[in-house]
Ligand binder design. Structure first.
Ligand SMILES: C[S@@+](CC[C@H](N)C(=O)[O-])C[C@H]1O[C@@H](n2cnc3c(N)ncnc32)[C@H](O)[C@@H]1O
Length: 248
């Protein structure tokens, strides 16, 4: 068993290497290829997925509300680990393509991913996002999920606690999950714990998604070992279990 200080040092090294890799990554190309890559995993054509990207571009109510909240966070001078909106678009497209009704996410912070999932649920006409983050709150004078527009807040349920403690009972309680998204503690044992805990609770054809998959080969190894088709766009991994696999 590797001790915590050594694990933390390994994680710090991985993060530094990821920083370098992100500087080299061509994000323009990543987003241009999003629909083609996702069409290999999701039950929709690249043209349909591009349609959801265009739909997102046209969501004026969302962009207005989101931009105002981003400005408030910047004005408060809060350093953030907020997930980039281009990863939010990837998850928006997943939620629209699958018609996601039940989603579980770990790691809320200001709620960039949450806002995108909830915007898609608003377009879908239903759904609930269960979001897990530690007790306390984000830095600065804000609450978790500050970026979520008021218009789609009623579909959001925040569960405070360590994902290790909260997830097993939560996943059991909410039943088959159409989308599980990891974006909390990116140290490998925790990521593995979340992937392994979520997998049996995914609905047939459901998606396991994870942010920061470029930190290590874990996401690829896990999805390969479990027979999930997968792709990576920008910094987010998307994997889908075969439609007949889970008994839900
Ligand atoms: C990278 S931020 C999440 C960014 C967010 N998903 C977004 O869309 O902007 C990581 C978050 O994970 C939370 N976190 C870290 N360890 C956790 C754990 N063990 N259980 C639950 N949340 C955790 C932190 O409190 C922090 O808010």
């Amino acid at each position: 068993m590797v001790g915590t200080p050594i694990r933390d040092a390994i994680y710090a090294l991985r993060k530094a290497r990821l920083g370098l890799e992100r500087r080299r990554l061509d994000y323009g190309r990543e987003t241009r290829e999003r629909a083609d890559r996702m069409a290999d995993v999701l039950p929709a054509s690249a043209d349909e997925l591009r349609g959801y990207e265009r739909e997102y571009d046209d969501l004026e109510w969302f962009h207005d509300a989101y931009a105002d909240r981003v400005a408030e966070i910047h004005e408060a001078g809060v350093a953030t680990d907020t997930t980039h909106w281009r990863d939010g678009v990837t998850i928006y497209v997943v939620c629209r393509a699958l018609g996601v009704e039940t989603a579980v996410e770990t790691g809320v912070l200001f709620g960039s991913f949450d806002a995108h999932i909830l915007a898609a649920m608003e377009r879908n006409g239903g759904g609930t996002l269960h979001a897990v983050d530690l007790p306390g709150g984000p830095p600065g004078p804000f609450e978790y999920g500050h970026l979520i527009p008021d218009r789609c807040r009623d579909r959001w349920e925040l569960h405070r606690g360590d994902a290790r403690e909260v997830l097993p009972d939560l996943l059991e309680a909410v039943g088959p999950v159409d989308l599980f998204l990891h974006d909390s503690d990116h140290r490998l044992p925790h990521m593995r714990f979340e992937y392994e805990t979520a997998l049996p609770h995914l609905a047939s054809g459901g998606v396991l998604a994870s942010h920061d998959v470029r930190l290590s080969g874990l996401f690829d190894r896990f999805t390969d070992a479990n027979g999930l088709g997968s792709c990576v766009v920008c910094d987010t991994g998307i994997a889908r279990i075969p439609a007949s696999e889970n008994t839900y």
